[in-house]
Every structure is written in C-alpha cells, then in structure tokens.
Design a protein around this ligand. Sequence first.
Ligand SMILES: [Zn+2]
Length: 298
Amino acid sequence: MSLLRLCQVGMNRKNILFLFVDGLGIGIDDSDKNPVFSGSCPNLADLLRRSAVPIDASMGVSGYPQSATGQAALLTGENAAVFMGRHIEGFPGPRLKELIREKNVFLKLKNMGLKSTFANAYFIDDSKVLDSWRVQSVTTVATLSAFGSVRCRDLMEKNEAVYQDIVRDELRPRGYTGPRIDPAEAAMHLAGIAKDHDFTLFEYFQTDRAGHAADSEKTGKVLSILDGFLAPLIESAERCEFQLIITSDHGNIEATDTAGHTMNPVPFVVVGSSADFFKHRIKSITDVTPAILEWFGN
Ligand SMILES: [Zn+2]
C-alpha cells in the first residue's frame, strides 16, 4: 500500500511536532564553506536540498536577526523586531516577555481546546525554581504562561522529556548519573510525546552555540547528533504519525566564515501531508504561528 494511501485510510494525523533548531540558515551548497553540507548530517542536508522553503528572518528590521526577537516571532506570529524597534539577542526582557506571555502559540492552541506541550526537559525538581532564574528563554516564558509548569527531572528520567542537547552529555557536570541517550532513542521519546499531543515543541540550540564557538569539531558533533535524532522523526512523519515541522530563528551554523549570525534566510521544512498547506502560507518567521493556528482551525 502506498504511503499516501496509508495516510488516507485513517493514519493521517493532524498533530504537529515542531522542531525548532536555533541558528540554522540556508547557506551555499559547498562542503568547504557550509558544515551542513559537509557530510556530518546527511538527513538534514537531504531535507534542506529537497524540500526547504527559504523564509525571511529579518522581519524588515536592519541588522543581524537575533534569538529573543526571532524566537518570539516564531512562537507568537508577531513582528517582535518591529515591536521592540530592533533585534534583541539571547533572552527576552520585561517588555518582550509580556508579548510572549500574551500571544504565544501554546496559549492560542489551549484557547482552541487543543493539547500542546514543550517537550524539553529541565534539570530541576520543581517548576517553581524557574521563578528565581535571572534569565528565561522565550520557550520558558511561553511554556510557563500557558501551563504554569515545565517538564522537570522526574519526567526526563521516565523518558517523557528530552534534554536540550538530546543525549544528556551536558547534564554530567550538573550531577546527572543516568544513561547517555542515543539520539535515535531520544527521538522515540519525543515521538511518544508528540503522539499524545496536538502540538509538541522541541528546542535544539546547540547548533547556534556551535556556530558561535566556530569550532569545526564541535559543529560536526552537534550536527551529527541532530541528524541521528532527525532520522527516526522523519520516518515517523512519513508514516503519518505526525506532521514534522523544522525551522529556525536566524542563520549561524551554515557559514564558517563568521562566528556570528548571518543574514541568510532560514529553512522551513515540513515532512507530512501538510507540506503543501504550509508551503503556500509561510514566507517569514512571523507566518509560522498563524499558519499552525489555521491548520488546526480547518
Ligand atoms: Zn546566537
């Protein structure tokens, strides 16, 4: 039976797994200048060559696109750079936090009666600990505003949350003594969460860190982990278990000639039956949340 036929007979899932990959732009297809095409991440390279729609990350504001405003735009559909008057790096301040709290996709989906979640694991015992964090990511602010809590250590240890580096290596210095998780195994943990929710977000920011570090060995390792994680997710999406969306907030890792962000467009990739639906609606990072809401509203 063809894949399409399988999808038509009831396995076509509307639920979305949104993989946010920080600092991944569409660069040139040259293995010497673009690590994404250097062989360390064949699945990602294939997806980018085959089906990525290049979308704008600049939001019509001069300067290099940055994480706080870019991620806020992705998760709210608002032009956060215009709202703030410039691109804001790293973590949102009070004014941008307010926008994220009021307009994020989790909250909007909740108001539509849909079940969504942020699948990232926090290595803490209680979400209340986050109140004392000096800085909070866009995803943390959005998650707390919609649900009041995040996935803590207990859920990660039950494999019901995925740590941000996928394999849990970064948790060792923080006292984690559990197993290293193979990227393909972590993908299965994430797929399990995605099957239980209408909308699941996972954030991978090691790509942006590696781009800033400008260290080719680290870059290769990070891309290889991401690729091992992606492979089973692509297969699951092709089996119509969920719609897999992959996008980014700005370019970085795709260019070896700079350790900073780039002006490149970012990829918008969909694996699943909704590919045509999204492809025609998304030209900028501000279009992502509105299109997701429209997909569920249909
Ligand atoms: Zn960055």
